[in-house]
Design a protein. Structure first.
Length: 202
């Protein structure tokens, strides 16, 4: 199978498309043919660690132990382990690979309890963002905002942007800020009041 592989830490260019062995599902796992997966902060953090000592303690000092990144996905089950009860070949699913990564590939093995079936009216791309969106949604539930309330979102990366959009859809007035002007512009293009505090904005 083809996979996005990295064997050294560094910029995006260290990731190469290579042929690797197709995984075999364990007794409680499903083998998923990947249709979509997202690139997020965790992937970037493991590829080029901002806090190198911590990441290298987890993932190898001199070279990465985990060579295929990606943690969320959508796809179709190709086969199942012998003890899998709730899924069958052909089921379209989304989920999380937890600490194993590996979803930036054509196939990945996922424990049964980390998958869910994709509703018919949801696209593969939308389903792949469900897990990341759930992080933002949990924050919104804890905040419990009311209709018309103003909510400030700090940081407009993937999770922050999805959170801002969910809040806006919930009838809230959303103000977001980020020190990355490109992320601010993306938020503004989606109708969110956003600014870069490092750019001298009052």
């Amino acid at each position: 199978m083809k996979a996005a592989v990295y064997t050294e830490y560094g910029p995006p260019e260290v990731i190469k498309i290579q042929e690797t062995d197709k995984p075999v599902p364990g007794y409680n796992e499903v083998l998923v043919r990947i249709f979509a997966s997202s690139m997020n902060r965790t992937d970037c953090g493991f590829r080029k660690p901002e806090y190198p000592v911590i990441i290298r303690l987890i993932n190898g000092f001199f070279r990465p132990k985990i060579s295929i990144l990606g943690s969320d996905f959508s796809g179709e089950i190709e086969s199942t382990g012998k003890e899998v009860k709730n899924f069958a070949a052909g089921d379209k699913v989304f989920g999380l690979s937890a600490g194993k990564f590996g979803t930036h590939a054509e196939y990945v093995c996922i424990p049964e309890n980390l998958c869910a079936k994709i509703p018919e009216n949801v696209s593969d791309e939308e389903a792949a963002f469900t897990v990341i969106g759930a992080i933002g949604l949990e924050g919104i539930r804890l905040c419990n905002p009311t209709f018309g309330e103003t909510v400030v979102v700090i940081g407009l990366g993937l999770i922050g942007l999805i959170t801002a959009e969910l809040l806006k859809a919930n009838g809230c007035r959303v103000i977001g800020y980020d020190f990355d002007s490109e992320k601010v512009q993306i938020a503004v293009s989606k109708g969110i009041i956003a600014f870069n505090p490092g750019a001298g904005t009052d």
